[in-house]
Ligand binder design. Structure first.
Ligand SMILES: [Zn+2]
Length: 480
């Protein structure tokens, strides 16, 4: 039977749905564990040095993705003549930090630690205002723009909530732990010394951490009173003069998303965005963070999914809606690439119907142990009930993974904010987040290519392809 008659038979059978299914399965045959392995092995190789945003390894990865898009014959997006969507970020790290409390000079990193992004042009003199965290008094609005002193019960574990509670002011935090213990216990996003940011706008407080032994020497009131009495007369009893200065060195970094487009055959101005971030943590203290699962796995899947769409198009079954293949940069330090993408769409009539984002889809998480036939599939429920339903139908028909919606899980809210889909969800664009779960090598140099399960990566990538393919047709037909 020649090609023409196959297509003809298919056209008839599409009405019966069977051939559509088998045809669609054929399109995804190129999504193959061996090929995925090759791509992950390059992207997560030591040569790319952990693909840190703004550094040579990230640029090499961008070039690789762009070359693959070119081989596939994808178009560039909007009016651009390249797949690169370039933008700048500011990289900033503390250069000099000083703190003087009632005329005692404290030494940075020895007597106090600084956490935050502030950058000042000159030293500031201020009066410190004690806030009782338990009673919440005085109210945050009464200490707005003032330097605040707090003495939380639970040391390092309260830093995140303190950082959310106050605005961009300075907050001095007394902890009972030694600074060494504090540093060991408190490893979090807030603890980063080098920050990437979009602009000079600072929305979080600068936090100075001092140990209670040091605090009891420098404050001219007994600090145990703070715990004993709580708030009584904050302005009089617990006010002290302080001086502080935070100077950072800043550097402008250029980086780029890599965006490819396959135009739809009918609703060209409706888009399905399939995405994966390609940056990672780089090299820290001589150790390369290769980021095989995070997220060479998702990028490899993205490239094979793009190939499957090209096969579908060449087989005369193109997607009806347009498909955007987006490899995002600068995810690790704050979802900057996806944020830039959703906030810089220049065509006013662009309608993104959904974002399917893949991040860390090549491993089996410890909670699944020996049973590896699953994927976490998370969505912002208010926005994407239909999407989850569609994913379920498609999965039943083509793939047969266990879909874990993590409905009674402990992390649903955190997970959805964990990767680039969050930039889309914030714009009320429906999202699906494909995720294998956290594992012991998460954000460690030991996240290496040989630990990837390429069989499960293939299955998960196929699920994304089939879901996107259905989405790219009118929703009614996708749902029947
Ligand atoms: Zn990631």
């Amino acid at each position: 039977m020649n090609k023409g008659s196959v297509v003809f038979v298919c056209l008839i059978l599409i009405l019966l749905l069977g051939c559509k299914a088998s045809g669609q399965l054929k399109f995804s045959e190129g999504i193959d564990g061996e090929e995925l392995k090759e791509m992950v092995s390059y992207l997560a190789s030591k040569e790319l040095k952990g693909r840190k945003t703004g550094e040579i390894g990230q640029f090499k990865a961008a070039q690789y993705i762009s070359d693959e898009f070119k081989k596939l014959g994808l178009s560039s997006f909007e009016t651009s003549d390249t797949y690169y969507q370039e933008f700048s970020l500011v990289q900033s790290a503390p250069d000099f930090v000083s703190l003087t409390i009632s005329s005692t000079d404290l030494i940075h990193e020895k007597d106090f630690l600084y956490i935050g992004e502030h950058n000042m042009s000159e030293e500031k003199d201020a009066r410190i205002h004690y806030v009782d965290l338990e009673s919440g008094l005085p109210w945050e609005r009464d200490v707005l723009n003032k330097v605040v002193l707090v003495y939380p019960e639970d040391g390092h574990s309260s830093i995140s909530s303190i950082s959310q509670r106050f605005s961009n002011q300075l907050v001095v935090v007394i902890v009972d732990e030694s600074l060494k213990e504090f540093r060991k216990n408190f490893s979090s996003e807030l603890n980063r010394k080098t920050h990437l940011k979009k602009s000079d706008e600072i929305t979080s407080p600068g936090i100075m951490v001092i140990n209670s032994d040091v605090a009891s020497i420098v404050f001219d009131f007994p600090i145990e009173d703070l715990k004993k009495f709580g708030i009584q007369d904050p302005n009089k009893r617990y006010a002290t003069n302080i001086k502080y200065f935070i100077k950072r060195k800043e550097q402008v970094l250029k980086t780029q998303n890599v965006i490819g487009l396959l135009e739809g055959s009918e609703q060209k101005h409706e888009y399905v965005v399939i995405s994966a971030h390609y940056d990672h943590e780089g090299e820290i203290n001589g150790a390369i963070f290769q980021g095989a699962d995070d997220n060479a796995s998702g990028v490899a899947a993205l490239l094979d999914i793009a190939e499957s769409f090209v096969v579908a198009k060449n087989s005369r079954f193109p997607p009806k809606k347009s498909i955007i293949f987006a490899a995002f940069t600068a995810e690790e330090q704050g979802l900057f690439g996806s944020d830039h993408f959703v906030n810089n769409l220049t065509f006013p009539d662009i309608n993104i119907v959904a974002n399917l984002n893949m991040d860390m889809i090549g491993r089996i998480a410890p909670e699944y142990d020996d049973y590896g036939n699953y994927v976490y599939l998370l969505g912002e429920d208010k926005l994407s009930d239909d999407l989850k339903r569609l994913a379920k139908i498609v999965n039943d028909q083509y793939i047969g993974l266990d879909l874990d919606f993590n409905q009674d899980g402990i992390y649903p809210e955190n997970y959805i904010k964990l990767s680039d889909q969050w930039s889309f969800a914030k714009k009320e664009i429906p999202v699906l987040f494909y995720f294998g779960g956290l594992h012991d090598d998460y954000h460690l140099p030991s996240d290496t290519p040989e630990k990837i399960d390429y069989g499960i990566l293939e299955k998960r990538a196929k699920l994304v392809f089939h879901t996107a393919y259905h989405l790219s047709h009118a929703l009614e037909s996708a749902m029947d």
